[in-house]
Ligand binder design. Structure first.
Ligand code: BG6
Length: 490
């Protein structure tokens, strides 16, 4: 199972869940600093909270000392552990490290005239550390972290002005890191505006009482599409040879039965997923979205040049997250449902599930790779894939601690086999793979630390208590061997 030469093996993180240091180094408030955990006695049943009210934001801002209810403020404290973490990644042999830049660390309020030098220096240090070990950074420009001031003052992505603020940020980071970063992603899971409009777009529903919220969401997304195209342009101009990708939540649905009604349901569902990458790859709105705008009476305001810009600057490659699959049916009565990546859907009786109900389906990854490649004929990059699990440290027999996470190894093994088949049998061009998350971090949906994905255990609990020491899990050594042999050991 040798992978193509130069295959970029690595791991992924995002500042809003991993970086911490939320009020250090001059950083401003971001939407994620106000994202509250909803504790529950059943650890697998934390309520996913995707919306926020103005009142809740006010409360969060009045409690800057509260690190328990706002776990993204501490994340895994990469801010103070970056040298150690990058050394661990290097020990595993990482070729690539996916991370994001916290916009509010560079422009504290989003609309500042000057960037924050201390913030810029922090990422300089991170990239220099990567360079030391020959690790290529893959940087997401925006991963759930718009500056809070843009939300409060401008309604964030609903406001066209945010395109300009974002472009200024992009110009700053591309100029500063032009010799250090070649691979970029514009917006993490750009489609997630629909499922969590606050984290992705900085939209607070109670501010739009007199508006159709679906229209607000798609208007904001339109602004992100234009901003993404402009970011691609800026990046290409400042960094010759740079590669810019879109990032899609690759949800995968099967028809629950072979009834034509269920198959049609599946096709419609999949169109509702591909339409976002279609827009960024083909540079124009697909029929599905145009029909939706029309049929739902959505009046999306577009300036004259918007469509031209989108057409002129499409992305170079397609990146996506893939965790699970689920089913759809025309008649859902009596069918079991289960959780997934920000969705609840019909359970597939043929698949096992994680402790959080996400259905494990490596074949679904192969299907996704083939579908995306046949659709776009551009290189693909898997930038998130993994399994969240509840874990406990045990003595490793050498005076330290470890986790015997065979379930992670089994999960990865099956998914790597699917990738290999897609490359070798189906002819898919796959640039690389970054697992989510290579080091434990705070979950996006449930804000738990105890939903652990990493090869490295971070000693912190759901309340932020712990030493934040790092411990290598069994999968750490296993992944190291996979990278060392470029898959041949599989
Ligand atoms: C993706 C996001 O949707 O899924 C990540 O890009 C997120 O930010 C990941 O962490 C896993 O989801 P969760 O809810 O288990 O953290």
């Amino acid at each position: 199972m040798k992978f193509p030469e130069g295959f970029l093996w690595g791991g992924a993180t995002a500042a809003n869940q991993y970086e911490g240091g939320w009020n250090e180094g001059g950083k401003g408030w971001s939407v994620s600093d106000c994202a509250k955990a909803h504790f529950d006695t059943d650890v697998t049943n934390f309520s996913a909270h995707n919306e926020i009210t103005s009142e809740e934001i006010q409360y969060a801002m009045e409690h800057p000392e509260d690190m328990v209810n706002y776990p993204k403020r501490h994340g895994s404290d990469f801010y103070h552990h970056y040298k150690e973490d990058i050394a661990l990644m290097a020990e595993m042999g990482f070729k690539v490290f996916r991370m994001s830049i916290a916009w509010s660390r560079i422009y504290l309020n989003g609309d500042d005239l000057e960037p924050n030098e201390e913030g810029l220096q922090f990422y300089d240090n991170v990239f220099d550390e990567c360079k030391k070990y020959g690790i290529e950074p893959l940087v997401t420009m925006s991963h759930y972290e718009p500056p809070l001031n843009l939300v409060l003052k401008y309604n964030c992505w609903y406001n066209r002005k945010t395109i300009d603020f974002f472009c200024k940020f992009v110009e700053t980071i591309c100029t500063r890191y032009k010799d250090k970063v070649k691979y970029w992603l514009t917006f993490n899971e750009v489609d997630s505006m629909i499922r969590h409009p606050y984290t992705t777009g900085g939209l607070i529903r109670d501010r739009f009482k007199d508006k159709n919220f679906e229209e607000v969401i798609f208007q904001s997304m339109h602004h992100q599409f234009v901003a993404s195209a402009l970011a691609t342009k800026i990046c290409h101009e400042i960094i010759p040879g740079s590669q810019v990708g879109c990032m899609l939540t690759k949800l995968t649905y099967y028809p629950y039965s072979c009834r034509p009604e269920d198959v049609l349901e599946m096709q419609q569902k999949m169109r509702s997923i591909y339409c976002y990458s279609d827009t960024q790859v083909f540079g124009e709105y697909p029929a599905y979205l145009l029909a939706r705008f029309k049929n739902h009476g959505l009046n999306i305001v577009m300036e004259e040049k918007d469509l031209e810009i989108m057409k002129k600057y499409p992305v170079d490659f397609i990146s996506f997250s893939y965790y699970m699959s689920s089913c759809v049916a025309k008649n859902t009565e009596g069918l079991d449902t289960t959780e997934g990546n920000t969705v609840t859907a019909i359970k597939n009786p043929y698949l096992p599930s994680s402790e959080w109900g996400w259905q494990i389906d490596p074949i679904g990854l192969r299907i996704s790779l083939v579908d995306l490649y046949d659709r776009y004929r551009k290189p693909l990059f898997i930038v998130e894939n993994g399994l969240g699990a509840k874990e406990e440290l045990v003595p490793d027999g050498k005076g330290s601690y470890t986790v015997n996470d065979d379930y992670h190894i089994d999960y990865y093994k099956a998914h790597f086999k699917a990738m290999y088949d897609a490359i070798h049998e189906d002819g898919v061009e796959l640039l690389g793979y970054t697992s989510w998350a290579c080091i434990d971090l705070v979950s996006e949906s449930t804000k738990q630390m105890s939903k652990r994905y990493g090869f490295v255990y971070v000693d912190a609990d759901d309340y932020g208590k712990g030493t934040y020491n790092r411990y290598k899990k069994k999968s750490f050594y296993w992944y190291k061997h996979v990278i060392e042999t470029n898959g041949e050991c599989l």
